[in-house]
Ligand binder design. Structure first.
Ligand code: UN1
Length: 491
């Protein structure tokens, strides 16, 4: 485990070197949660009445603090989560970009102005804050995911309690500290460290009006069910099983780079990771060898050392789960092309898994299950006609319960565009991997089907989770104007 609980203490360990304790955290006691919820309500009263451009100043200051200390925070994140330093830097940059974008929203937070059916009457709709929020975040992006939730939550005027994953709580703690240093009133941003019981405790309370969760589809379903009891606004960002479709005419060097990043970046532990490659057999045979050579460089097996581009698996349990899924796949008839082993020199210092390629059939368990590890399942087709190939490939990509991210590589703009329209996912990429969504105005992040419940993060659509609409009608006719009656002639 990268999180070890000793009494009321949580020891946060580095998954690439588990003898290293990165930080210690006190687990919240139930009486502390009572106090936190009370403070969150009090803070909401103050913060919701603070003008949005003023709120924005705190977010802008927080962005600046992160920018000033980017290297420092990146190094902490690199140790806590194990992801390569370059990836950690990218994640801290994502925090900065998100805070900056939503600081800008403080000058907008647009509602809508309509036209009344009647003379001397105006109608407009504003976005209003809702109340204290509970933000439950995952370990794979322990800094960025809190910012995706907290930035729109704050700019909209809500207070929140962050419950970070127990496997990477330090980056969440830093995020709260930075926000508080940026001038947020007391109690607006709070941290509750602990396990699932903490989240359950907070979720059950009527005072909490919003819940936003990133994690598994199974837990997401439980959260949605509990949230429904008190009609909380509920935003879910759940599992994925993302495909990369490669047409015969694709730029194959670009494909290989895209697959190395998409399938093995963060060791496949992104909900956006590429886990299925749909390609003609003849085209795969052209890239198979150089592709295997490239991924074998991610971990130096002879010297038992990861390269600076490879990431450990977060926990021993998850490492076993990845290995079990690969073993089951082989037992079910999948062909192991390379990898398929837990990497361990016997000292059990880091939770690394060998970059793995399997050849599978579309209906095998491994082709339908989210692995969350460095395992790419290749589905080979044998269809030389481009239209017919695409027809089959898109059907396989869509025949899945998830709908987060899909990619297609082709130089044929017409077929590329057609398939982008047909792929059933919230994110689709042309000639780019399934991972690496940008944050900002038009870049909405979220999935279809069992990947979520329709909510979005990352762009202006995130404001829908954290605001409720108020329609304001002002009648200055000094007469009683009856809607749908006064304005229609019924004779
Ligand atoms: C996640 O794995 O939960 O698009 C988020 C990406 C990242 C976010 C992944 N920006 O791959």
């Amino acid at each position: 485990m990268s999180a070890v609980i000793e009494g009321s203490l949580l020891l946060n360990k580095n998954p690439s070197n588990i003898s290293e304790v990165v930080s210690e955290h006190k687990i919240c006691a139930p009486f502390e949660l009572d106090q936190m919820v009370y403070e969150s309500q009090q803070a909401f009263e103050v913060w919701s009445k603070t003008p949005a451009p003023e709120r924005a100043k705190c977010l802008a200051r927080a962005a600046q603090l992160y920018a000033d200390h980017k290297e420092h925070y990146s190094k902490i994140l690199h140790k806590e989560n194990g992801k390569p330093l370059d990836e950690a830097r990218g994640e801290i940059q994502e925090v900065i970009d998100t805070l900056e974008f939503f600081a800008g929203e403080g000058r907008r937070l647009y509602g809508m102005v309509g036209n009344s059916e009647m003379p001397d009457k105006s109608i407009f709709t504003t976005r209003e804050p809702i109340g204290p929020a509970l933000l439950i975040t995952a370990w794979n992006f322990p800094a960025a995911v809190p910012s995706w939730k907290a930035a729109p939550c704050l700019i909209a005027g809500n207070s929140f309690i962050l419950k970070p994953s127990e496997h990477a709580p330090l980056s969440g703690k830093i995020f709260i500290d930075v926000l508080n240093e940026s001038g947020l009133p007391h109690g607006v941003a709070q941290l509750a460290v602990g396990g699932a019981d903490i989240a359950k405790n907070l979720l059950a309370r009527d005072e909490i009006k919003i819940v936003s969760f990133t994690g598994s589809t199974t837990v997401g379903r439980e959260i949605a069910t509990e949230a429904a009891r008190s009609f909380k606004k509920c935003a879910l960002e759940l599992g994925g099983k993302n495909s990369c479709i490669v047409m015969d005419d694709a730029n194959l060097e670009l494909v290989q780079e895209g697959l190395i990043w998409g399938a093995y970046g963060t060791a496949g532990q992104r909900c956006t990771s590429t886990s299925r490659l749909i390609i003609n057999k003849s085209t795969f045979s052209k890239i198979s060898k150089p592709f295997q050579e490239s991924i074998s460089k991610l971990y130096d097996i002879a010297n038992n050392r990861p390269s600076d581009k490879y990431c450990p698996i977060i926990t021993a349990k998850q490492l076993r789960k990845v290995d079990d899924l690969v073993k089951e796949a082989i037992a079910e008839g999948a062909e192991l092309v390379c990898g398929g082993k837990i990497l361990d020199d016997g000292s059990h210092q880091g939770y690394f898994y060998e970059p793995t390629i399997l050849k599978v059939k579309p209906d095998m368990k491994i082709a339908k299950t989210e692995v969350f590890g460095p395992v790419l399942s290749v589905i080979e087709l044998d269809e030389p006609k481009p239209e017919a190939f695409l027809e089959q490939a898109v059907a396989i990509a869509n025949d899945i319960n998830y709908g987060l991210s899909n990619a297609i590589y082709t130089e044929n703009v017409n077929l590329g565009m057609k398939s982008l329209r047909r792929l059933e996912s919230g994110l689709v990429y042309l000639n780019a991997p399934t991972i690496g969504a940008e944050c900002g105005g038009a870049s909405f992040f979220g999935g279809w089907k069992q990947t979520g419940n329709g909510s979005r993060e990352g762009g202006v659509a995130a404001l829908d989770t954290y605001t409720q609409y108020k329609t304001i009608s002002i009648d200055y006719s000094a007469s009683l104007q009856k809607a749908q009656i006064s304005n229609y002639r019924n004779d």
